[in-house]
Ligand binder design. Structure first.
Ligand SMILES: [Zn+2]
Length: 77
């Protein structure tokens, strides 16, 4: 069955990002998370799309992967 999902549009706060990362074992503090978050190194876009916890890359890689909204450059929290 085809599923169409709506991406959460409200930007996540630092504490929410820390929580999202912790779901897969991340242990960053809010301060560390703040330093980690940067614009896309490839296109400079400042919006990332966080992959769902149950997505294949997250399950297989064990990290909270995300990709640039504009060029799909991959990164993680
Ligand atoms: Zn980009």
């Amino acid at each position: 069955m085809v599923k169409i999902l709506k991406v959460k549009e409200r930007p996540l706060s630092l504490s929410e990002l820390v929580h999202e990362a912790s779901l897969v074992g991340g242990r960053l503090t809010e301060e560390e998370m703040k330093k980690r978050i940067e614009p896309c190194p490839k296109c400079g876009c400042q919006t990332w799309i966080l992959l769902p916890i149950h997505s294949k890359p997250v399950k297989e890689g064990g990290k909270r992967y995300m990709h640039c909204q504009d060029c799909c450059y991959p990164s993680h929290l």
